[in-house]
Design a protein. Sequence first.
Length: 453
Amino acid sequence: MSTPEQAPRPTSHSASHPAPSSLVERIFRLREHNTNVRTEVLAGVTTFLTMAYIIFVNPSILGDAGVPKDAVFVATCLAAAIGTLIMGFYANYPIAMAPGMGLNAYFAYTVVKGMGLPWQAALGAVFISGCLFLVVTLFRVREAIVKGIPLAIRGAITAGIGLFLAIIALHSAGIITGNPATLVTIGDLHQPQAVLAIIGFFAIVALDRLKVKGAILIGILLTTVLSFVFAGNQFHGVVSAPPSISPTLFKLDISAALSIGIINVVLVFFLVELFDATGTLMGVANRAGLLKAGKMDRLNKALMADSTAIMAGSLLGTSSITAYIESASGVQAGGRTGLTAVTVAVLFLACLFIAPLAGTVPAYATAPALLYVSCLMLRELIDIDWTDVTEVVPAVLTALAMPFTYSVANGVAFGFISYAVLKLLTGRAKDVPLMAWIIAAVFLFKFYYLPGH
């Protein structure tokens, strides 16, 4: 599949006498990225289907903390749409945003239920963390952080996200399950969900190898159709009116969040948001071939999108918004520009009215797409210098920690800390960028001095 580096550049003739272009072309520069409207829209639909679960899962998790579920449903759709629209129009990246898994669980089970804080105060903490996020973005601190990521860690982040996707996909399909003795074990492969997921996976791989357009989307739809026949899936209609958002709209309590007892909560939100989103942005952009000399051209715009979305989400009534690793499925389907993201945003807004239809796509139907994408993302490990253990070990720890701790941020932390320590112990401290030392120190502080990480 073509990448921006492979896409043909306009000749001087075409630059001086440009062909008539549509508004869409001028906004998203489709020809420059060697793509078209159909490909971008299909990619957007693919990404949306792989992450649509969040509009049902997020209300369930935050509901456990006492946040009104119906209002959270609306807040989830609106916040995801706002963040993704900014990412699409402003940064022109095919990366979707929504409330982060893990961050919502920390919000509900650690901050509200564990620490006994009101959910309004927790929303205030999310808002403050978003403000901090915006400040470090405006001062280009986050951009400096990304530029300070060593090459080995950069590739490992992409591979680690792939492994993270794999464990999510395999669990969603029922192919793996939890086990108190071995932590994880094989699931019941006789269940129709697992069988259908396996069929969908092989269909996607075969169709993509045969260069069938929309292979991933076809696989998702095929599995969904079969689920009605073999897995008891039920159709619940198409249209429903959205519930009221008033129970959570502007209900955040910033004054409570500024109290001494919640400062640690704010810092944990901030650090996880910072490195979770940054790692995901780099990993997905790398997979899409959108990095040039290891850098994202419009990185600061992408960072502005997620920091703004965090604040918007807290005002609407949901936990932290972040870039979604499922965006990699749309990238694999050909998404290369912000039009993919805009398509996702439109579908999130549509879900306010067509939630029953969106709910008919089961998790095990999107699992094959995520598993296939995860397989392809592991190729990034080939760029690591396997003759140097001070490069190999941090990279491998980065990749392994993401699925095993269920956190992109933890994987990044393991990588930076081990990279700095190993270079120091082998007399190569000067090979470590200053920003990498700072990041490693920050993560050590987080692990040892901040509760609830």
